[in-house]
Design a protein around this ligand. Structure first.
Ligand SMILES: [Zn+2]
Ligand SMILES: [Zn+2]
Length: 220
């Protein structure tokens, strides 16, 4: 589905990825393994090709966001992820048993994305007129949001979700550090957001700014 000219929401396995179609292609998130077929099918409908994919930006290291990276990056795309999540995906089973947290367990079952380029807070990716990396740790240590000021568009991965029809904090169950995940919203509330692109709930456009500020204020 084309959201605005050059930006598409593409349903991959267990995740909505966002495809930025400029001269070359950039993908935000990669779905579970098995996401290559739906992406290739979608690219066909808009007359593009997987060989045009230059980069895959992973909002964080959970399996539904990086599981498909290896098969999608086959054709030479660069994989960008925050280093704090790249470190986590290599955690040993022994560490998992010791930590016994769901965050660690999720890391363990996540296939490693392979070669990746670290991206950190303040980095700007040259798409959408400059796409800024905002480090919003909590859901995972390396969770990032991506901010396109020219379009007042914010990609949040799993840093936000929709529950009972309301935009809210990351899932408590699946988050590595839930208090930190709540607190991370404060950064987002300083932006002038018109549209929030969520990884599992499509777009949120209703009073985005006011809702972010309310969440930031309630985070404590
Ligand atoms: Zn997640
Ligand atoms: Zn997710």
């Amino acid at each position: 589905m084309e959201i605005f000219p050059g930006l598409h929401a593409v349903k991959l396995r267990s995740c909505t990825a966002y495809l930025i179609a400029e001269e070359r292609l950039t993908l935000i998130d990669a779905g579970l393994p098995g996401s290559k077929a739906p992406l290739v099918r979608y690219l066909g409908t808009i007359g593009r090709d997987l060989g045009e994919l230059d980069r895959i930006i992973c909002t964080h290291g959970h399996p539904d966001h990086i599981g498909g990276v290896r098969e999608l990056a086959d054709s030479g795309a660069e994989v960008l992820i925050h280093p704090d999540d790249l470190a986590g995906v290599g955690v040993s089973l022994q560490e998992v048993m010791r930590a016994r947290s769901r965050g660690h367990l999720l890391h363990f079952i996540t296939p490693h994305p392979g070669e990746a380029t670290p991206i950190v807070d303040g980095d700007v990716i040259p798409v959408l007129g400059g796409l800024q990396v905002i480090h919003t740790p909590g859901h995972t240590p390396g969770s990032i949001c991506l901010w396109a000021p020219r379009h007042r568009l914010l990609f949040t991965g799993d840093v936000l979700q929709v529950r009972w029809g309301r935009l809210t904090y990351a899932s408590a169950f699946f988050s590595h550090d839930y208090p930190a995940a709540r607190a991370a919203v404060a950064r987002l509330a300083t932006l002038d957001v018109a549209t929030i692109a969520l990884a599992h709930y499509g777009l949120w456009q209703r009073d985005a700014n006011a809702r972010l500020r309310a969440l930031a204020a309630a985070a404590g």
